[in-house]
Design a binder for this molecule. Structure first.
Ligand code: ADP
Length: 541
């Protein structure tokens, strides 16, 4: 046996380390109340300990679920550490879910307490009567901002709660495999299912995701997570950033292009992370106002495919390096990140861009493979595509409360994505298996079709779906949102595909829309589009 100290990997050790070794590092938050708040990791640790005492006072025990409905901010970060650190389970709820789904997951998780931001007071008042297990509601604000009266009985004030408890608290030591946080998938089909992360999985994910070939967070960075703390724990940034000594900036509820731009500039943000739809807003604002970034150097884009046109704009117009990343709620979420290897550095720029558009290389801890319909592993040739399966210590072995039954296939988790892997191990998502268009027994990946459309200067957003076809089963329909003030016709767009793709992949038709339906995590809801256009008649050519 080795002769090393056997210390459990616990989430509390992260905030403890940050406070002790990088205690002066700053955390800046745009508050829901409208002003800016600044303090250090040392103060964050102190207030997290006060909150841990408060939770104990409210009767929260090891394993109990404590929910949050909150934006990215310092109070939410304190809840991250106080709840998990004290042995309870932090359940972060996505406020963009339908109220019925919010009530469903609160009840399913059996949440005992609910902490929420002022923004969500009306939403909580509307669902509180349906959430029978919740024993207490805490509004994450100070006394001055508490409502004069509320439909929620005994509504507690966060700052009062913190102030009435001491910071004399020692983080308990327990099994690193204990549950730490709970996050539900967005449930595009059926009810949302919970992924229950452990302390061990969260700490290992934090180590691996901070690595240079992954998110590459260093003590020189000022990191602004645009990705919400209710979307797979902001991709682990609240854990990986404090490991490194970097500064953190939280945007609160202001996620529009102008507010983000101003915060990036005023706080000297160097690094960020978010889904393509938020970058769309920020890029449009900066382009329209002819603005450049003075400190912003790198961003991680994931959650859905980063359109090449967006990547090119960020690199060429703004000098921002783009790290395309892939993962999912069931994977904590990070699985791959795309950073060029030394071999790629010798390639011409357009070849490099093709690599950068892939979802990237597995980060250590994650293994992946692609298989055919019979489960047979496929070669890594960058061409043949198959179902993508993964395994690793931060990937679920089952859903919370066993929902969905056995999810693993021979120890591998089926991601529901279809992908290729090249001989250097770079993975590229072709599509989600439920979105792939099945045309005459062959598959058409929609991501490629959308990326081509979005490279047209008049196109702001595009989505492709399969529409019933009497001869081919399904054929692609392209739905396009034009840039404000820009014109482009169906014929021009179809002609734009010529020479860029196999002729039979070209969409059969184009329709124009004012907007695309977006889900709770900023992804285009293709099920809604399929419903909406199900009777669309494709031209018979
Ligand atoms: P949900 O599954 O509940 O919609 P997730 O955020 O867990 O929410 O979504 C995971 C899925 O998002 C992946 O399985 C994949 O289909 C898609 N995805 C994530 N990152 C990328 C990416 N970089 N490119 C393409 N698809 C992505």
């Amino acid at each position: 046996m080795g002769q090393m100290m056997n210390q459990p990997l616990l989430i509390s050790s992260i905030v403890e380390f940050a406070s002790r070794h990088n205690g002066g590092s700053e955390i800046v938050s745009r508050r829901v109340e409208g002003d800016m708040h600044r303090y250090t990791f040392r103060e964050c640790h102190q207030r997290s300990r006060r909150l841990a005492n408060a939770l104990q006072g409210l009767g929260v025990k090891m394993g109990d679920r404590v929910a949050t409905l909150a934006w990215n901010g310092y109070r939410h970060l304190e809840a991250y550490y106080a709840v998990s650190g004290s042995g309870a389970v932090l359940h972060t709820i996505n406020p963009r879910l339908h109220p019925e789904q919010v009530a469903y997951i609160i009840n399913h998780a059996e949440d005992q307490l609910l902490f929420f931001d002022l923004t969500f007071l009306p939403a909580i008042e509307a669902v509180a009567a349906h959430c029978k297990m919740i024993k207490g509601y805490v509004l994450m604000t100070d006394r001055a901002h508490m409502p004069a009266d509320s439909k929620i009985p005994d509504l507690m004030c966060y700052e009062d709660l913190i102030n009435s408890h001491s910071d004399d608290y020692t983080w308990p030591q327990f099994d690193e495999n204990s549950a730490a946080t709970l996050c539900y998938t967005s449930g595009t089909t059926g009810n949302p299912k919970g992924a229950l992360y452990s302390h061990r999985s969260t700490v290992l994910h934090a180590y691996a995701s901070a690595l240079p070939n992954a998110l590459n967070v260093t003590s020189h960075d000022t990191v602004l997570p645009v990705v919400p703390m209710f979307h797979v724990n902001a991709w682990g940034l609240p854990y990986s950033v404090p490991l490194t000594g970097a500064r953190m900036v939280f945007p609160g509820p202001a996620l529009d292009g102008k507010s983000l731009y101003e915060l990036f500039e005023s706080e000297g943000v160097t690094m960020s992370a978010g889904v393509p739809t938020v970058w769309l807003g920020l890029i449009n604002y900066a382009l329209q106002n002819k603005l450049k970034f003075s400190t912003f150097r790198r961003t991680v884009i994931g959650g859905s495919a980063c359109p090449p046109a967006m990547m090119n704009t960020l690199i060429d117009e703004f000098g921002v390096e783009v790290v395309h990343a892939w993962g999912m709620t069931e994977m904590s979420p990070l699985g791959t990140a795309c950073v060029l290897s030394s071999k790629h550095k010798a390639m011409p720029q357009d070849e490099q861009r093709k690599i950068l558009q892939k979802q990237g290389h597995a980060i250590f801890g994650v293994d992946m493979k692609i298989v055919d319909d019979d489960g047979k592993e496929l070669p890594w040739d960058g061409v043949g595509y198959g179902h993508l399966l993964v395994k690793g210590p931060w990937i679920i072995s089952s859903y919370f409360k066993g929902e969905g039954g056995d999810v693993l296939q021979d120890g591998w988790f089926p991601t529901g994505d279809v992908a290729t892997i090249d001989s250097d191990g770079y993975m590229q998502i072709t599509d989600r298996s439920k979105d792939v268009i099945k045309s005459g027994g062959e598959w058409i990946g929609t991501i490629d079709l959308e990326n081509i459309a979005m490279a047209h200067p008049a196109v702001m957003q595009a989505a492709c779906i399969g529409i019933y076809h009497p001869k081919w089963d399904e054929r692609p329909l392209l739905i396009v949102v034009r840039r404000p003030g820009q014109e482009v016709s169906r014929e021009e767009l179809l002609a734009f595909y010529e020479g860029k793709i196999a002729k039979w992949w070209t969409p059969d038709d184009v329709v124009f829309a004012d907007a695309l339906p977006l889900g709770a995590t900023g992804k285009v809801q293709k099920n809604k589009l399929r419903d909406h256009y199900k009777d669309h008649k494709l031209p018979t050519a």
